[in-house]
Design a protein around this ligand. Structure first.
Ligand code: SAH
Length: 222
């Protein structure tokens, strides 16, 4: 893939993005800042040039290393649940293509994002578009560990299907913070919104069924 080369973002792409945003509105996304971010970010930059049109369909798509770029609806839904404020300190598990990361970056938060696959981590490092977001910091590591030296975080978003809520991530969430995490096995997860109240109490809300690639233990060096 030609990730290191700048690509064109023309009126056709912009038109397709407007349609995508309309689709997301019809599916129930209401947060205007999230919709504006999706209207701004050229999602076709994240896919092979052969798939420019598919980039603006509301579906997940294969990227490098057997992984996927999340469906725009899922990205919008998870982001909306985070109730982000500018300058929030956010941890993302599963950088993948970095599309979700740029949506968060566009909203003005300080993002720490972790990817366990070396191949994807290196690939995204060559991506010219990320230079637009000095507020995104990328890490190669195991998301089950989080980033203890940068904790605590106002918000935590997990973009792979977790077998359980990782206790170390919950510990790295600030009191008053929100975690959004799909939990379950076999590409069938329940989206959970977990709120840590200021007194440390944990509240869990179920927000519907989703399908993610699995959250796997340890780093992959390939
Ligand atoms: N947010 C991404 C979604 C990519 S798919 C996007 O917008 O494109 C999920 C990603 O989670 C994959 O890249 C996968 O390698 C990564 N992943 C799975 N288990 C992980 C773990 N334990 N730590 C960090 N990343 C993990």
């Amino acid at each position: 893939m030609l990730h290191s080369l700048p690509k064109d973002d023309n009126y056709l792409h912009k038109g397709l993005r407007k349609q995508l945003v309309q689709t997301l509105r019809e599916k129930g996304i209401k947060d205007e800042r999230v919709l504006a971010a999706i209207e701004t970010i050229p999602r076709h930059f994240f896919l092979d040039p052969a798939f420019e049109r598919q980039a603006y369909e509301d579906r997940a798509f294969p990227i490098a290393a057997g992984q996927t770029i999340s469906q725009p609806y899922t990205v919008a839904f998870q982001t909306q649940l985070l109730e982000l404020k500018k300058f929030d300190k956010v941890l993302e598990i599963g950088t993948g293509s970095a599309y979700q990361a740029t949506v968060l970056g566009e909203l003005g938060v300080t993002l720490y994002t972790i990817e366990r696959q070396k191949e994807l981590y290196d690939y995204v490092g060559k991506f010219f578009f990320l230079k637009k977001y000095p507020n995104i910091r990328r890490f190669y590591g195991d998301g089950f560990e989080g980033l203890p030296s940068y904790a605590p975080f106002d918000k935590i978003i997990i973009t792979c299907g977790a077998p359980f809520v990782p206790p170390k991530l919950l510990a790295q969430l600030k009191p008053g913070g929100i975690m959004v995490i799909p939990v379950g096995e076999d590409g069938k997860q329940k989206m959970l919104r977990i709120i840590k109240e200021p007194n440390g109490n944990i509240i869990e809300e179920e927000m519907g069924d989703f399908a993610f690639v699995p959250m796997l233990q340890g780093r992959n060096h390939k």
